[in-house]
Design a protein around this ligand. Structure first.
Ligand code: MLT
Length: 266
């Protein structure tokens, strides 16, 4: 994995293929860039595909002050990586937390975004109940480490079908999550808690947009994806059958085909 130094901090990222526009894939919480391995491999035949490990995930170190982290910081890091590589505008694809980063990038550096893929994500900010749950998770991770958080999360991130029929996907999701250091997890929880509501911005999105959702996504249900797609001018909605929240890991072939179709039409 190459490293770019962005604002004095090393950022590790996957980088494969050639072709325009480049595609930047932003991972979910609490995963890492490698959750996109299947898509990177499939798309690299025709496009340049990048997938950074966001701060505190995979092999990118956590921010110096995890409890001060913001979604804007993550977007600044992605923008810094693109500037470093001399890339942009690019297609930005984010799954769940990755979508929150995409909204922040669109807010701070819209000129870098030529197209959007919003997968299993939502525009709204945290409700007070969700923010409270995240605070409790921060305390749990600080005390007992990341692995304890992972097991209960897997049930809500993966569909019943995936958990019953595809144990290798469950194992892969678990290992992509459990390895992340508590400081990274805490920083992301803080950033998610503090992120602004992007709902009013949906109508102003002026780039081609694909909204993707797993048929059985619990954290970001299809109804929410439908409403988001309806609010974005010209957006297309793709529902991934049998998948839960981590739709790209659960049904990689269907997810990748939707992505390829979208990219080919740009
Ligand atoms: C994710 O998959 O990134 C998380 O579900 C996001 C969240 O907790 O809001």
């Amino acid at each position: 994995m190459p490293t770019a130094t962005v604002a004095g901090t090393p950022i590790r990222y996957l980088d494969a293929g050639h072709g325009h526009p480049a595609v930047v894939l932003l991972h979910a919480f609490p995963l890492q860039a490698a959750m996109w391995d299947d898509q990177v491999e499939a798309l690299a035949g025709r496009w340049r595909v990048l997938a950074p490990d966001l701060a505190g995930f995979g092999s990118t170190p956590p921010p110096a002050e995890p409890r001060a982290a913001t979604m804007g910081d993550a977007a600044t890091t992605v923008a810094g990586l693109l500037d470093h590589l001399g890339l942009g505008p690019v297609v930005v694809g984010g799954l769940s937390m990755g979508g929150y980063v995409a909204f922040a990038l669109l807010r701070s550096r819209p000129e870098l975004v030529a197209g959007l893929v919003l997968a299993d994500t939502r525009a709204g900010a945290d409700t007070p109940e969700v923010a409270e749950r995240r605070t409790a998770q921060e305390a749990q991770v600080a005390e007992r480490g990341t692995a304890e958080l992972v097991e209960p999360m897997l049930a809500s991130l993966l569909s019943d079908e995936t958990r019953a029929e595809r144990p290798e996907v469950v194992d892969r999701a678990r290992s992509l999550m459990a390895a992340n250091p508590p400081a990274g997890v805490i920083a992301a929880l803080e950033a998610m808690k503090g992120r602004p509501d992007a709902t009013a911005e949906l109508a102003t999105i002026g780039v081609p947009t694909l909204v993707v959702v797993g048929e059985h996504d619990e954290p970001s249900p299809p109804a929410e994806a439908e409403a988001m797609a309806a609010a974005i001018p010209g957006a297309r909605l793709e529902v991934i059958p049998g998948a839960g929240h981590l739709s790209n890991l659960e049904r990689p072939e269907v997810f990748t085909a939707a992505l390829e179709t979208f990219l080919a039409r740009l």
